[in-house]
Design a protein around this ligand. Structure first.
Ligand SMILES: Cc1cc2nc3c(=O)[nH]c(=O)nc-3n(C[C@H](O)[C@H](O)[C@H](O)COP(=O)(O)OP(=O)(O)OC[C@H]3O[C@@H](n4cnc5c(N)ncnc54)[C@H](O)[C@@H]3O)c2cc1C
Ligand code: FES
Length: 344
C-alpha cells in the first residue's frame, strides 16, 4: 500500500505492508517520521489520517490518550493501513542519514540470570546489524501481543549477535513469557535499530550517564563504544547506576573493567536507594564508588557543575527519567544536551 505523508515542508511517500505499522514502513525506507518509544506509550508518532482506511492495532495504547480518534488521529507505531492512505504529521520531515532500521529474525540464546529479576540474553540475527551505541530494537513474539523495546548492551560494527538485558515487570506479558514460559531457543521478530539517545565519538563530547536499573543496558553499549574509540583518552565521563539493594546490583565487574581502561577519566558511581552500601562491596570493586540515595539525587552534584561540553544520557523507569530531566532542566541544562529513553 502507498502512504503519502503531508508535513510542514511538503509531501513524502513510501510503501507499507498490510500488517506493517506505518511508522516502521517509513523508517525502514529512510523517512525520519517522528517517534520515541515505537511501542505505543509516548504519543510522539501521532498523525492524522486525511484519506484511506486504517486498522488500529493496540486501541488502548497509553500514547494515544490525548488523540482525537473522531478526527482521524492515530499513533503511527500502532496503525496498519487497510488501503492507500494520506496522513498528516505536525512537523517537518527529513530523510534519515544512516542506520535505517529493518526487519530481521533473531534466535534467543544463552539466557543467564544476573539478579532475581534481571536476565541477560543473546539474539542471533538473520543478517548483521550496524547501529549506534545507545540504540534499541523492538522485539515481537507470536506468544505476546505487540512489540517491546530493548536496548542493545553490546557494541561493535555489523554485529550478528546482539546482547540485551531484561528486567521482569510484575504482571508484564513479555516478562512473563521470557522468564516463565520460554522453551528452547525461540525465534523472535526484530525491528531496528531505533532511537536517538545515541553516542558518537566524533561529536567529541564528555559524557554523563544516569541509569536506573535496566537503564544501564544502553549505557553499557555507550561505554563499550567509547572505550573502543579511545574516547576517554581525550574526554571525561561519569556514570551513575542506581538500583534498590545490594542484591539488585549487576555488571560491577564489567563497569570496573571500563573504569580501568579509561586512564582514570571515567568515574562510575553505583547508588543503592533502599540500603547502605556494605563495606565489602567497596573492597571487592575498589575502582567503583558507592553511595546511598536516589540516583538523580546522587548525580545532582556532578549535574550541578554544568560541564558545558557534556552530553547527558538518561535511561530507566519513567519516574526516574522524569525526576532526572526535571533536575537537569531546572539547572538550565539545554535540551539539546540531553538524550533519554523512558523504559515505559
Ligand atoms: C526505548 C526503550 C528501551 C527499553 N529498553 C529496555 C531494556 O533494555 N531492558 C528492559 O528490561 N526494558 C526495556 N524497556 C522496557 C520494555 O520495552 C518493556 O516495557 C518491559 O520489558 C515490560 O514489558 P512487559 O511486556 O513485561 O510489560 P507490559 O506491561 O505487558 O507491557 C509494557 C509495554 O509493552 C507494550 N504493550 C503492552 N501491551 C501491548 C499490546 N497489547 N499491544 C502492543 N503493545 C503493547 C507497551 O509499550 C507497554 O508499555 C525499554 C523501553 C523503551 C521504550
Ligand atoms: S512512538 Fe508511537 S507512541 Fe511512542
Amino acid at each position: 500500500m502507498k502512504i503519502i505523508v503531508q508535513h510542514k515542508g511538503g509531501e513524502l511517500s513510501f510503501d507499507c505492508g498490510s500488517r506493517e505499522p506505518i511508522l516502521y514502513a517509513g523508517l525502514r525506507q529512510g523517512v525520519a517520521l517522528p517517534f520515541e518509544c515505537a511501542t505505543g506509550t509516548c504519543g510522539t508518532c501521532r498523525a492524522r489520517v486525511m484519506t484511506g482506511q486504517v486498522e488500529i492495532r493496540w486501541k488502548e495504547a497509553p500514547g494515544g490518550a490525548r488523540l482525537k480518534p473522531e478526527k482521524g488521529d492515530i499513533l503511527m507505531c500502532q496503525t496498519w493501513p487497510r488501503s492507500d492512505c494520506t496522513v498528516r504529521v505536525p512537523s517537518e520531515l527529513t530523510s534519515m542519514n544512516d542506520a535505517w532500521p529493518a526487519l530481521r529474525r533473531g534466535v534467543v540464546r544463552n539466557i543467564r540470570r544476573l539478579t532475581a529479576d534481571v536476565a541477560q540474553f543473546d539474539l542471533h540475527l538473520s543478517t548483521p546489524m550496524t547501529f549506534h551505541a545507545g540504540q534499541f530494537v523492538v522485539l515481537e513474539t507470536p506468544h505476546v501481543s505487540g512489540g517491546r523495546a530493548y536496548s542493545m548492551v553490546n557494541f561493535a560494527p555489523a554485529l550478528d549477535r546482539l546482547a540485551f538485558l531484561l528486567k521482569r515487570k510484575p504482571g508484564g506479558r513479555f516478562s512473563r513469557w521470557f522468564f516463565d514460559e520460554i522453551a528452547g531457543e525461540p525465534e523472535v521478530q526484530v525491528f531496528g535499530p531505533l532511537g536517538r539517545a545515541i553516542f558518537r565519538p566524533e561529536e567529541r563530547r564528555n559524557i554523563i550517564c544516569v541509569a536506573g536499573g535496566s537503564g544501564i543496558a544502553g549505557m553499557m553499549s555507550i561505554l563499550e563504544s567509547a572505550i573502543r574509540a579511545e574516547h576517554f583518552h581525550a574526554h571525561i565521563g561519569s556514570v551513575f547506576f542506581g538500583v534498590r539493594t545490594l542484591a539488585d546490583t549487576f555488571y560491577l565487574e564489567e563497569l570496573s573493567r571500563y573504569a580501568a581502561a579509561s586512564r582514570g577519566n571515567l568515574e562510575i558511581t553505583v547508588a543503592l536507594s533502599d540500603e547502605a552500601p556494605a563495606t565489602p562491596l567497596q573492597a571487592d570493586f575498589p575502582i567503583l564508588k558507592f553511595a546511598q540515595g536516589m540516583i538523580h539525587e546522587v548525580a545532582a552534584k556532578v549535574l550541578a557543575e554544568r560541564d558545558r561540553n557534556a552530553l547527558i544520557y538518561v535511561a530507566g523507569p519513567p519516574i526516574m527519567v522524569d525526576s532526572t530531566l526535571r533536575a537537569l532542566i531546572t539547572r538550565g541544562v539545554p535540551v539539546r544536551d540531553i538524550r533519554y529513553d523512558k523504559f515505559a
